[in-house]
Design a protein around this ligand. Structure first.
Ligand code: AMP
Ligand code: MN
Ligand code: MN
Ligand code: MN
Length: 282
């Protein structure tokens, strides 16, 4: 008996256009060589890599879905919403994302001021050198600079000690609203997915509220198998997808060969009883 075909979809990763270290073309090749059949590049708040990713995938004969990961502030918490299958030239989402990116420069300068007070000089300029896209300077770029400076041994340690709430380099930021993010994705013809629901510091009641609010706004899916979840969380969010009637997504959240814990396409498959989000497109 032949093994049934299981589509290897990886619908979440980052390039140099946001906080990844590889170009869209290099990522496409890596995904292809790792056996990915359907791929999406989902840079933070930015569609600048979409055409390159789509062309590279097409040249390799790999299916592609356009993607983005939108930073959202919901009830005071930062939540990430992935949009898939959007029209990357849609003016509404382009304008919305431009406004979402606005303020990253100022936030970065404030982070650098706080880090300077903690004894770490020159981090704005240092982080900027790591940012492939100056409009998309992120905490990840600061983390790489601080590792280079020998402040911490790896980026995980930098986040833990400097870049999260109550630590010296943390500056709170107001991102897009959940309503706006969903409106942009829907207007651009895409589907919305809650990225790595297990990563948020929400109580069970708050998470329930988030799922319901997202559903009311037309959100279709949640990530179940992601590089940002532990195997135990695959089970938890598989049950949540069933409970709330969400489709399920799968994505490595790959950023960099050294930093990322799971490579492109190298995740466990989705539990069979779930409806994959890509069934909307296939
Ligand atoms: P920003 O959008 O500038 O707040 O940066 C968010 C990015 O930082 C995320 O997309 C992750 O790539 C990275 N990040 C957040 N928390 C951590 C963490 N604890 N360890 C490593 N990377 C993290
Ligand atoms: Mn990131
Ligand atoms: Mn994320
Ligand atoms: Mn991500």
């Amino acid at each position: 008996m032949s093994t049934p075909f299981i589509l290897n979809a990886d619908l979440h990763c980052h390039s140099v256009v946001s906080d990844g270290t590889l170009t869209p073309e290099t990522l496409a090749l890596r995904a292809f060589e790792n056996g990915v059949h359907l791929w999406a590049l989902t840079d933070h708040d930015e569609l600048g890599g979409q055409e390159r990713a789509a062309c590279a995938a097409r040249d390799l004969g790999m299916d592609y879905l356009s993607g983005v990961e939108i930073s959202v502030t919901w009830m005071g918490h930062t939540i990430h919403i992935v949009g898939l299958g959007i029209d990357a030239a849609h003016i509404g989402i382009l304008e919305g994302l431009r406004r979402t990116r606005d303020g990253r420069q100022n936030r970065a300068k404030m982070m650098a001021e706080q880090l300077a007070k903690a004894g770490i000089a020159g981090s704005y300029e240092g982080a900027l050198l790591y940012a492939g896209n100056p409009e998309l300077i992120s905490r990840t770029h600061f983390a790489r600079f601080l590792v280079e400076q020998g402040v911490c041994r790896d980026t995980d340690q930098v986040f833990k000690n400097y870049l999260v709430e109550h630590k010296p380099g943390y500056v709170p930021h107001q991102w897009a609203s959940l309503d706006d993010a969903l409106a942009w994705i829907k207007a651009a013809g895409g589907v919305a997915v809650i990225a790595h629901p297990g990563r948020y510091k929400l109580s069970a009641m708050q998470l329930d509220e988030l799922f319901k609010h997202f559903k009311e706004l037309g959100g279709l899916a949640i990530e179940v198998v992601t590089g940002s979840h532990s195997p135990a969380q695959y089970q938890i969010y598989s049950k949540a997808a069933e409970h709330y009637g969400f489709m399920a997504s799968r994505g490595s959240d790959f950023h960099d060969p050294q930093e990322s814990y799971i490579d492109l396409g190298k995740l466990p498959h989705l539990p069979e009883h779930l409806t994959p989000v890509w069934s909307v497109f296939h």
